[in-house]
Design a protein around this ligand. Structure first.
Ligand code: HSE
Length: 415
């Protein structure tokens, strides 16, 4: 049986995950490919650290040793940060080696140029593991939604943040304790600032943008906020309104082909599919011109889910399912919709909607003065007392969409 030779760059949670996935699922890979997959080498940083690696695999600290492997077909990259990941993958592509990466910071910035380079060198690029852990969202867009024009994307894209928010709300844990637990479970980045300040979700959103829309918005036009200002009291107070704080990245393409985006904590009503997305789970909701709204849920981080994303990506790549530039740059500006599976924005038009009012800036609160209640540092307050105070309160957006059928039942929309 012929062999596919692969190497792995980095042996942290993700590198170990892909190595184990190849080992434990070798039979399934053989069946699908008709070839054996052999890990020839692993690039590590610290030669002193103890690792359990099969002695038949070369372990090296020199990238040159990897490039020198004869007949190397694919490199899996599981390094953190823009460099040296980008340089290594550029060299691999120039040598005609296919690449599969999990490195979101690198791919958000250099993904478009790596894809271009790969096209010139007729190799393929897999980047499923950069976004939403084990959820096959990139593959869904690249392979299964090629005719649909994607209009908007919303996602809980950072497993660490979602885990922290869930633990703080459910168990009343402090932010620091919940963060520590997420680090112990291997969800957080080596430097968790990226997770808790929203950079990780921001990179993933940009990768989704390029995949779905064929381009990224200007980075400075995307509002980015993390979760560090939220407290267990706020999270628990929101619960009493049947609302939960979720850290959500959103992208929308308007009729003029402009892309708007933001990454921030938002309040989600209990009718929304994101409400029940707990702990390390991620969720992505896509709106396609034909299919309407689809939502994918699953594990957003961790060794096995990321290993899963990488080997599935590898299989698709070897089977030739990726063209070098699959993205849909063509934009018709029109979304065809029927009444099934659609979600509508609920507009709080009357005084019955007391239960889910987010925080507003003073200016917004005055403009939206028909709301009865607001949260003030986690406490429910009467609108009158808040309006008369001079206190500035932080703004929180609300993602308050409900299924069209419910909206019709509640008289918010007509069918
Ligand atoms: N730190 C990332 C997260 C890992 O928590 O989502 C997966 O990308």
């Amino acid at each position: 049986m012929s062999v596919i030779n692969v190497a792995i760059l980095g042996f942290g949670t993700v590198g170990q995950g892909v190595c184990e996935a190849i080992d434990t699922h070798q039979d399934r890979l053989k069946e699908a490919l008709g070839k054996e997959v052999k890990v020839r080498a692993i690039l590590i940083k610290d030669p002193v650290k103890q690792r359990e690696i099969d002695p038949s695999i070369k372990v090296t600290t020199e990238f040159k040793d990897i490039l020198d492997i004869p007949d190397l077909h694919v490199i899996f990259e599981a390094i953190v940060g823009e460099e040296p990941g980008y340089t290594y993958l550029s060299k691999a592509v120039e040598k005609g080696i296919h690449i599969v990466t999990a490195n979101k910071a690198m791919f958000a910035k250099f993904g478009p140029s790596l894809m271009e380079k790969a096209k010139r060198h007729t190799v393929s690029v897999g980047f499923e593991a950069t976004t939403a852990g084990g959820i096959p969202v990139i593959g869904t867009i690249r392979q299964l939604l090629k005719v649909n024009e994607i209009k908007s994307i919303q996602g809980i894209l950072n497993g660490t943040s979602n885990f922290i928010l869930s633990q703080m709300r459910k168990k009343g844990l402090s932010f620091e304790t919940a963060l520590k637990q997420s680090q112990e479970k291997g969800y957080a980045e080596a430097d968790p600032t990226s997770d808790i300040e929203g950079y990780d979700a921001f990179y993933k959103l940009l990768i989704l943008s390029h995949t779905a829309f064929g381009r990224q918005p200007d980075w400075k036009d995307i509002r980015r906020r993390g979760i560090t200002h939220l407290t267990a009291e706020w999270l628990q107070a929101a619960e009493s309104f049947r609302l939960r704080f979720k850290h959500v990245g959103s992208l929308e393409r308007d009729g003029f082909n402009r892309i708007k985006g933001e990454v921030e904590p938002v309040l989600v009503h209990d009718t929304h599919p994101f409400y029940g997305v707990e702990d390390v789970e991620n969720a992505i909701s896509l709106k396609g011109s034909l299919v309407g709204r689809i939502t994918l849920l699953g594990p957003g981080a961790g060794k096995c889910p990321t290993g899963s994303a990488m080997v599935e990506d590898f299989l698709s790549l070897i089977q030739g399912k990726y063209t070098a530039s699959p993205e849909s740059a063509v934009h018709n500006g029109e979304v065809l919709e029927d009444s099934t599976g659609q979600w509508v924005l609920r507009v709080p038009a009357n005084e019955d909607y007391q239960r889910w009012i987010p925080l507003f800036t003073l200016k917004d609160r005055i403009q939206l003065g028909d709301f009865l209640y607001v949260f003030v540092e986690g406490r429910k307050e009467d609108i009158e007392s808040v309006l008369t105070s001079q206190e500035q309160i932080q703004a929180v957006s609300i993602l308050d969409e409900i299924p069209l059928e419910n909206a019709v039942k509640e008289g918010i929309a007509v069918s």
